[in-house]
Design a protein around this ligand. Sequence first.
Ligand code: ADP
Length: 256
Amino acid sequence: DFSVSLPNMSKDEIGELSRSIQTLANDLNHLKQERNEFLASVSHELRTPLTYIKGYSDIGRRLSLEEKERIHYFNIIHEESEHLEQLVKELFDLARLDQNAFSIDRKRVHICSYLQSIMERVLPAFKEKLIQLKLDCEDNLYFSIDPIRFDQVFLNLLDNALKYSNENSTTQIKAFKMNDSIHISIEDEGIGIPKEDLPYIFNRLYRVDKSRSRATGGFGLGLAIVKEIVEAHGGEISVKSKVGKGTCFTLVLKED
Ligand code: ADP
């Protein structure tokens, strides 16, 4: 651990300086602890699909297996490999976002057309689950964003709306101007998020219900990525939710 033992009682500049150093050391210790926790969680997330892959490939290579059974095991192995691929991709995205190693290639974008095109991409999945997707957009709104990065923001948020909603519900996207800012909200009528979990959902690898999320395939990295991208554009994201009623994410960005 980073520890300092400087006299910090005095009210002069030396005292001031040693108090600053103490605060810095505390921050560093905190970061170190966070990093260790993150690494432990990542290892855990990696281990689960690997256990399946190892186990089922071991069974799958038995000579006595029937073809049908073998295919079943290979399907599981394939699915778990896809989980791993997704996890690695998301971790890589986060690492690049952390290092500011990506460039933001801003373009002036007409918000309604942009949201319309996003909507068309996800519509088949929503239709399949019988969830209505509505877009309510004030015309003549523009913002300056990197469309490729922002695709990830909206696709993640809509993917969550889809994953955590029941059939025959509605998800609504709204875009409007308020107090000289652009507000874009994505509101679903899904299962909602408990109040005690709300402060943590943008944290890395945080999931409300670990067992359920595994079934739907999420690692709890999506919202962390969303937040980083929005903030890298100078915007903000917030969430409101009620269990059993639904969830609403709102992005606030500058108008262009
Ligand atoms: P995941 O890949 O697990 O969905 P996210 O980072 O996207 O990870 O979300 C973190 C957690 O927040 C999810 O596991 C889920 O519990 C909760 N969550 C996110 N979006 C919604 C939503 N629209 N409705 C209900 N819960 C949500």
